[in-house]
Design a protein around this ligand. Sequence first.
Ligand code: TRP
Length: 331
Amino acid sequence: MKATYEVDMLTGVRPTGNLHLGNYVGAIKPFIELQKTGVRSFVFVADLHALTDHEPKEIREFTREVVADYLALGLDPEKNIIYTQSSIGYETTFLMALLARETTVAELLRVPTIKDKLRRGARPETANALLLLYPVMMAADILLHRARRVPVGDDQVAHLEVMRRLARDFNEKYGEVFPIPEPEKLRSLRILSLKGAGKMSKSVPEGSIFLSDDPKKIEKKIKTAETATEGKMTPSLESHMILAKELAQNKNTLIEIDELINAHLAGKQVMGDFKKLLADLISDFLIRFQERRATVIKEPGYIEDILRSGATVARESAEKTLALVRRATSF
Ligand code: TRP
């Protein structure tokens, strides 16, 4: 890999296990499909961020797991630079310190995601202080590579606003060091829970299909999923129709889905057939995914090699920016 690598796009992935189809279809698939348009990204595992709510010793394994998931879902290690945040931990935290002093505690307490977390569950008395620094470290992740485009979900938009504000103020104070990155809104689909209410989520496992589910479990979950009355389109049916279409591998399947939905809307009793088709599509997809994932995990040193060469490129890119930062700040 050449040292002159320019970052096209940059994104961070949380090392949390147990991805489900909502995560895949809603966020990961649109991102992975960008590869087809020639976009090359820096993709890093946010393992330092994960320290906010995980024990350090757990995170290493989570990191391997999430990299295996993304590779098996189609993230191409030839086209993207894949690394862990901690492999450039010095560079990240150095820049974070310089950015943190351009931020006030009050501003961070007003960030909606943090406010929200501190209102429920994580109380200021017990939450560790890394939570408060989350948006600042995220700004460091991005600015460290002078990235221009950052694809994120809706929940991250407020963080990117903090990052843009920091970049602008830093530039104003010390001179133009950072290009101001643009949030990249990816088409994001909300796949609803099989149990009707809300999105598919880890916290309602009966309503979610995990990437690790086997065909038997999938069949059972789909069988007991909420259905729509004949003739009616509901948000849940619509969302599961989209899920089916996203997983369909060919035109005939797409036609079959449309025919079933049209029959349903015409008042026919076809929900059983639709569920059967959906369960088959999911099983086919997940069996292939699980095979690829097993291969990736089994190959000794495969993931480690990818992360090591990614770290080399990322460090070079980070050092280049830090040289500009040092010169600008005289620090
Ligand atoms: N905060 C992101 C999330 O929760 C992960 C992340 C960390 C990230 N640093 C980033 C995303 C930088 C984009 C750019 O999903």
